[in-house]
Design a protein around this ligand. Sequence first.
Ligand code: DXP
Length: 256
Amino acid sequence: MLKIGSYQFKSRLLLGTGKYPNYNIQRESVELSGAEILTFSVRRMNIFEPNQPNFLEKIDLKKYKLLPNTAGAKTAEEAVRTARLAKASGLCDMIKVEVIGCDKTLLPDPVETLKATEQLLEEGFTVLPYTSDDVVLARKLEELGAHAIMPAASPIGSGQGIINPLYLKFIIEQSNVPVIVDAGIGTPSDATIAMEMGADGVLLNTAVAGATDPVKMSKAMKLAIEAGRLGYEAGRIAKKPYATASSPKDGISVGS
Ligand SMILES: CC(=O)[C@@H](O)[C@H](O)COP(=O)(O)O
């Protein structure tokens, strides 16, 4: 089970809802992914105007826990305002804090992320901050009380997979709250690697929405994350420099 704050989920895949070729493909992809948490940018929603076009309109929202994100925010103040809007709409009390500090890399602003996280925790939100692979920042976010840490595998939408496995490993090792690898996943094997490393979950969007066949890719991601988690729980063999025969010679008597 993935436990975030007071919530529990069977699926360890958190799926983004943007950039799909159309809303039917979006709905099918969401369904086949098995995801229970869907993230969306509050700025894209007409949350107080139910009659306006809504990019989640094909999805049966009752089946999912919604994780609004503060995409587009460049300061803590903007992120906090966006989170309050989402909460006021009655959709949820979980928030993914995303405060962008660089337009080119879309990497998060660490100072503003910290400030926004602190404020939203004070206001009673369940807070999941998107962060870089900064090990110290991840620790500070947890110390503040963040309910999960969401380090990027690589820049959002880049599909580069995990570019700093060592720092990601450090973050996973030190964390007592769930670590959800967020952004930059390109392939199912990237997601499997994150899970084999001990991540508690993976949040992804572009790898599915931008795939040639998003529906098929969403299923592949589901299976990849399940396989990675199983592999992690099963415990991998140690790496050795030299060969060890796979067929032991001892203890087997053949014929007589
Ligand atoms: C949807 C969302 O929250 C993105 O900001 C997220 O970080 C996913 O990134 P990818 O699109 O690289 O999977």
